[in-house]
Design a protein around this ligand. Structure first.
Ligand code: GLN
Length: 533
């Protein structure tokens, strides 16, 4: 165990440069050298968490084991590091202010004026250090959301300044910027990077490492120029060139010796050579697929792929596990109706109906489930995708014409999906769903899902308010749709399956959150395997 080191990752010039991927890649390299690493995201918005945000605003909401609704970058952290994150790994300005204001109301500040410095910055520091102080972690990487210069990021940058001063060589700042290529003059331009570093310096923070996002190779001359203007040593100016897959970035960062530079600057020994063998094997399978499979992803935010980030990544992991490329056909659920369904879905090898909320696009999802069932096409329904499969089965097989979820039609005579008992008193939206990990018992060794997991007791993460209505269970089972996974404590149905179908599985939980590069999720792997048959 070493004394905990703190690495801060800031961004400049534009958003969406991939700070999360750089943080994850560096963490992966440090982990492969035997260090225990965790990554944390500080988000500058006022929402307490992204759970109440529309996916158009913020992409997917990622759920941790302990039930935190978090930024999608935490998904990258888990997929790269193969270790779970927790509540403490995502902090928002909303959380910080909420904590400080409740302390103030309790009288903890004993009559003092409560201010951004030191009270807000102290609370931010506490949240950063908590991850190191548990003694579990050698290195804490903290990614600061937003772009340097944003008004809302200022308290975070100020906290970084204070911590760098306090921790000295035990803290380090990596600044990620963009070096644009001007095709008219055929040049890479460093001015935005110079300005961005100046902005950081104005806030009292000297970056130790610069990572330059670029579409073209950055040569020694450009590195030297950037180094000169920014007080960063030339070997700590590294390029991050565009690559086809995010999973190649750790190897690119290794070529740039980012891990070695960081260890040297943090005064930590380079104690083992990086062991990335399994990672490289995954990449090889990813880049040299033998097969190819077309999967329809039916959802209502398909124009915004970030809304289904974890599902897309889980499909990539499962594809590689099956030596197959997975071509995702994005299908907007509102574009599916009785006349289009056949044309849109007839040529795919598998259909995945995505999670979601509210009634928009629900008809198309129900039609997609029906098409999969009737045409023996592998079907994977996740959360709402499971619920629509249940509604479809009730209407078309059980003959319950107006069967529905009470989320969609509160007055339905056949509420086959209904609000969970514990949800009936809930009035607030934020953080009030059934969230996080729950146990599930698989009922039969003969089920498709047992074939995938190969064990009877599983744990999966949740994010929902509605559930299968057990009053209808016997009717479903006699007609051929079985509950094959049950929560052992509450009897909530977690998995529905049609045994007579090639592969028809609906899950109330979100398996996508648990798929990682080194542990592709068994249900996704099995779904792709069956889509390939
Ligand atoms: N809207 C449904 C529910 O709350 C499904 C949620 C989801 O797909 N995550 O139960």
């Amino acid at each position: 165990m070493v004394e905990t080191r703190y690495i801060f990752v800031t961004g400049g010039v534009t958003s969406s440069l991939g700070k999360g991927i750089i943080a994850s890649s560096l963490a992966k390299l440090l982990q492969s050298r035997g260090y225990s690493v965790t990554i944390q995201k500080l988000d500058p918005y006022i929402n307490v968490d992204p759970g109440t945000l529309n996916p158009y605003e913020h992409g997917e909401c990622y759920v941790t084991e302990d039930g935190a609704e978090t930024d999608l970058d935490l998904g990258h952290y888990e997929r790269f590091l193969n270790i779970p994150t927790s509540q403490a790994n995502n902090v928002t300005t909303g959380k910080i202010y909420q904590a400080v204001i409740s302390k103030e109301r309790r009288g903890d500040y004993q009559g003092k004026t409560v201010q951004i410095i030191p009270h807000i910055t102290d609370e931010i520091k506490r949240r950063i250090k908590i991850l190191g102080s548990r003694g579990k972690c050698d290195i804490v990487i903290t990614e600061i959301g937003g772009t340097v210069g944003d008004i809302e990021s200022l308290p975070y940058i100020e906290t970084v300044r204070q911590l760098k001063w306090e921790l000295g060589a035990k803290a380090l700042v990596i600044h990620l910027t963009l070096v644009p290529y001007l095709s008219a003059s055929g040049e890479l331009k460093t001015k935005p990077t110079q300005h961005s570093v100046k902005q950081l310096l104005e806030n009292g923070v000297q970056p130790d490492v610069l990572v330059l996002r670029t579409e073209h190779h950055i040569d020694e001359n450009i590195r030297a120029k950037v180094a000169l203007f920014t007080n960063v040593s030339i070997d700590a100016v590294v390029q991050s060139i565009d690559v086809p897959s995010i999973y190649e970035v750790p190897l690119k960062m290794m070529e740039e010796k980012l891990d070695l530079t960081v260890l040297r600057k943090l005064d930590l020994p380079v104690r083992e050579s990086a062991d990335l063998e399994l990672w490289k094997q995954f990449l090889f399978r990813l880049k040299n697929p033998e097969f190819s499979v077309d999967i329809a992803l039916v959802g209502k935010y398909v124009e915004l792929h970030d809304s289904y980030k974890s599902i897309c990544e889980a499909l990539i992991h499962a594809g590689a596990a099956n030596n197959s490329k997975v071509n995702v056909k994005w299908i907007h659920s509102e574009s599916i109706n009785a006349t289009t369904v056949e044309k849109k879905l007839r040529n795919v090898d598998g259909i995945l109906v995505a999670p979601g909320f509210g009634h928009r696009g629900i008809k198309g999802k129900i039609l997609a489930a029906r098409f999969a069932r009737e045409n023996n096409i592998p079907y994977f329904g996740i959360c709402l995708g499971m619920q629509v499969a249940v509604i479809e089965f009730a209407r078309n097989i059980l003959g319950l014409e107006d069967a529905d979820s009470t989320e969609i039609n509160p007055g339905t005579p056949h509420p086959v999906i209904d609000l969970m008992e514990q949800q009936k008193e809930v009035t607030d939206f934020g953080g009030t769903m059934r969230l996080g990990s729950y146990d599930c018992r698989l009922i039969s060794r003969k089920s498709k899902v047992f074939g995938a997991y190969n064990k009877l007791s599983i744990t999966e993460r949740h994010r929902h308010r509605f559930e299968f209505n057990n009053a209808y269970l016997s009717r479903f089972e006699s007609a051929g749709m079985k509950a094959v996974g049950i929560n052992p404590d509450t009897d909530l149905v977690e998995i529905m399956e049609i045994p007579a179908h090639k592969w028809f599985v609906g899950v109330q939980f979100h398996p996508e959150y648990r798929s990682t590069v080194l542990n592709p999720h068994p249900l996704f792997v099995n779904f792709i395997k069956n889509a390939l048959l």
